[in-house]
Design a binder for this molecule. Structure first.
Ligand SMILES: NC(=O)c1ccc[n+]([C@@H]2O[C@H](COP(=O)([O-])OP(=O)(O)OC[C@H]3O[C@@H](n4cnc5c(N)ncnc54)[C@H](O)[C@@H]3O)[C@@H](O)[C@H]2O)c1
Length: 375
């Protein structure tokens, strides 16, 4: 590695790996040098003039690989990130970084021990509207936040079981695979202290369906009598996707279906976009329109490209990661992505929610973080 040049290795060159490589490749001094993917690595290698590495070990010993982007199926992240850290590489890991708090903790410690960067791909953090809302909250416009409701529900038809994204052992199911909203809730309220979840698989029993729970409803408690509710799943014929932030002085609704965001305080209603440009905002609306009746076609697959809105936030995120590696600089608002706290905390709460569902009780998140409970 020189100050001028960072060589990136891509582990998993599918829908997101390809998009992250595109985001990084345009950064000054960034080069995509090696691709490992047990499926088709050649297409992405050709796009960037990179070489195909037939094994992960081969990619990790390569002297021209300074940093590794892990964008493989979720269940593969743990071994790959630990191996990358032991090989002395910086790591960008897609979400969910792991399928348990314990694994995430080990991965973060492995990078700390190696002195390498561990960066969690919680890309929602980079949405313009999310950042604007946080500025408004920091300026005191909502008073104290008392309650956040996050809803990410849709209908997915039958036959999705061929995708790893619909198999719980590989994806973790909706809660882990879509950890974004849980992470966003905790970025507003801090780590949850108590967790309750109900749900199950209510509408996907065909032989060719996946095995994930398609309806999950959650309640979270936070220090200081503050609360959140989350709804996730693919069993809902009335799709909803928004985060509603309620404060003692006002409220903000972040609309994820193309409607944008709204601040409401006494005497003032202000609309602001979720994304950077009108074209990105419109691509968000088109994305949801395309999935209005059946969103199963919206799962990314290795041969599809990300929509404009997603390319936009990946642009911000890859810029942030590359700048951190090359200059050591990271804005304070993104620090929880690089110190492990956002990923570790989201997975601790997800594990507590999972335990709650399994044991039909409210779970203290400390049961997970103290090591008394394991998934
Ligand atoms: N941030 C986001 O908004 C977002 C969106 C989609 C996916 N993701 C995440 O990106 C990651 C990849 O998802 P995707 O949508 O690109 O999936 P995908 O199915 O399109 O691509 C996965 C790729 O990984 C390859 N692969 C399979 N096993 C592997 C292994 N052991 N090692 C390396 N590569 C392997 C596959 O051949 C495939 O090319 C996942 O962690 C997913 O959760 C994030």
């Amino acid at each position: 590695m020189t100050a001028e040049s960072i060589g990136y290795g891509i582990v998993g060159a599918g829908y997101l790996g390809k998009a992250l490589a595109r985001g990084l490749a345009v950064r000054p001094g960034a080069r995509i040098v090696a691709i490992f993917d047990p499926g088709d690595a050649q297409t992405v290698a050709t796009e960037f003039g990179a070489r195909v590495e037939p094994t992960l070990a081969g990619l990790l010993v390569a002297a021209d690989v300074d940093a590794v982007v892990v964008a493989s199926p979720n269940a593969a992240h743990y071994d790959q990130v630990v191996a990358a850290a032991r090989a002395g590489k910086h790591v960008f890991c897609e979400k969910p970084v792991a399928l348990s708090y314990r694994d995430a903790d080990d991965m973060i410690r492995a990078c700390e021990a190696a002195g390498t960067i561990f960066f969690a791909g919680h890309v929602t953090t980079y949405m313009a509207g999310v950042r604007r809302a946080k500025e408004m909250i920091a300026a005191g416009l909502l008073g104290e936040i008392t309650f956040v409701r996050a809803v990410r529900t849709t209908w997915e038809g039958h036959g999705g079981g061929h995708s790893w994204k619909k198999q719980t052992a590989l994806s973790g199911g909706h809660l882990y695979h879509h950890i974004h909203e849980l992470d966003l809730v905790q970025s507003l309220l801090g780590p949850a202290t108590r967790a309750t979840m109900v749900g199950g698989n209510v509408a996907h029993h065909h032989a060719d369906d996946g095995d994930e729970a398609d309806l999950l409803a959650m309640l979270l408690e936070f220090d200081g009598a503050r609360f959140a509710s989350l709804e996730y799943g693919s069993a809902f014929h009335w799709p909803e996707h928004h985060v509603l932030i309620q404060g003692t002085e006002g409220a903000i609704r972040l609309g994820f279906q193309g409607e944008g965001c709204t601040l409401r305080i006494p005497g003032r209603v202000e609309h602001f976009p979720l994304h950077r440009t009108p074209a990105e905002e419109e691509s968000r609306a088109a994305f949801y329109r395309a999935g209005e009746e059946d969103a199963s076609g919206l799962f990314g697959t290795p041969d599809t490209d990300v929509p404009l809105w997603l390319a936009g936030i990946l642009d911000e995120e890859t810029e942030s990661f590359h700048r951190l590696i090359t200059t050591g600089i990271l804005e304070q608002e993104f620090a929880p992505l690089a110190d492990g706290s956002a990923a570790r905390s989201a997975l601790a709460t997800a594990d507590a929610l999972t335990l709650s569902l399994q044991e039909r009780r409210t779970v203290d998140v400390a049961e997970v973080t103290s090591g008394h409970a394991r998934r």
